[in-house]
Design a protein around this ligand. Structure first.
Ligand code: SAM
Length: 229
């Protein structure tokens, strides 16, 4: 999978060099490139923002550098999906991550200030598939953290990125629609707290039933909304 990111803070994405995604990059499973939006400006101050039409507080990202940056990124072969992280977008979720993990090329356009001139989204939609995606119901300072979270959620579903794909099956927000059961490792007793007996029993049927009951109880208690159709 190829991922291009357009941002005024390309250094934000240096963290993609570490851990499983760093390894996936070394293995050639992921190609990530962060592009500096300011490289597409033509004034001495490398300006990317201006005051909003209609008045109001804050600044809006100007369309011209975005147009040129996306011209560049979209000029290459392929049929990318362009993602605009936005608190006003559709809520990002595990099914969306799974859907995007099937794609060959994703482009993330990270806004700052009060966001990007809406014509950039409209214009991009005339030449590529576009998604405006929100990380959640809160407002971040910029699209970078949202893009990083989405990239990690998507890229770990790309075949080969996670060593043992079976570990994805029972996770929270997987197809089962339940939260994951609690996990324990050695030692069996720690600071006066014991691992549940059933997990030490070696009885696989009993363990599976206990885990399923834990999933249902936890989901009902913490996220009852997930149980509604
Ligand atoms: N004025 C915008 C609004 O009220 O909808 C918020 C702009 S926010 C300060 C600046 C940028 O951060 C946005 O353009 C977007 O790229 C990113 N951002 C902020 N919150 C986000 C969220 N919950 N999900 C995805 N991106 C977000």
């Amino acid at each position: 999978m190829r991922i291009d990111i357009v941002t005024i803070f390309p250094g934000f994405f240096d963290v993609l060099d570490v851990s499983l995604l760093g390894k996936a990059r070394l293995q050639g499973l992921l190609q990530v490139r962060a592009h500096d939006l300011r490289d597409y400006t033509h004034d001495r101050h490398r300006t990317v923002d201006d005051t909003p039409y209609g008045g109001g507080a804050g600044m809006v990202m100007r369309p011209e550098p975005w147009g040129e940056a996306l011209d560049d990124v979209l000029a290459e072969d392929g049929d990318p999906v362009v993602i605009f992280p936005s608190p006003a977008g559709e809520r990002f979720s595990q099914p969306i991550a799974a859907e995007l993990a099937q794609e060959g090329h994703l482009v993330f356009a990270c806004g700052r200030y009060e966001g990007i001139d809406q014509r950039v989204v409209e214009h991009t939609a005339q030449r590529a598939r576009v998604r405006e995606l929100s990380l959640g119901d809160y407002v971040l300072n910029g699209g970078e953290v949202a893009a990083l979270a989405m990239i990690e959620a998507i890229a770990r579903l790309v075949p080969g990125v996670i060593g043992n794909p079976a570990s994805l099956d029972e996770e929270s927000h997987s197809e089962l629609g339940l939260l994951e059961y609690p996990s324990y490792t050695k030692p069996a007793a720690w600071r006066g707290l014991e691992v549940p007996d059933v997990l030490l029993s070696g009885n696989h049927g009993a363990i599976a039933r206990w885990r399923r009951a834990q999933q249902e109880e936890r989901t009902r208690r913490v996220r009852p909304d997930l149980l509604q159709d």
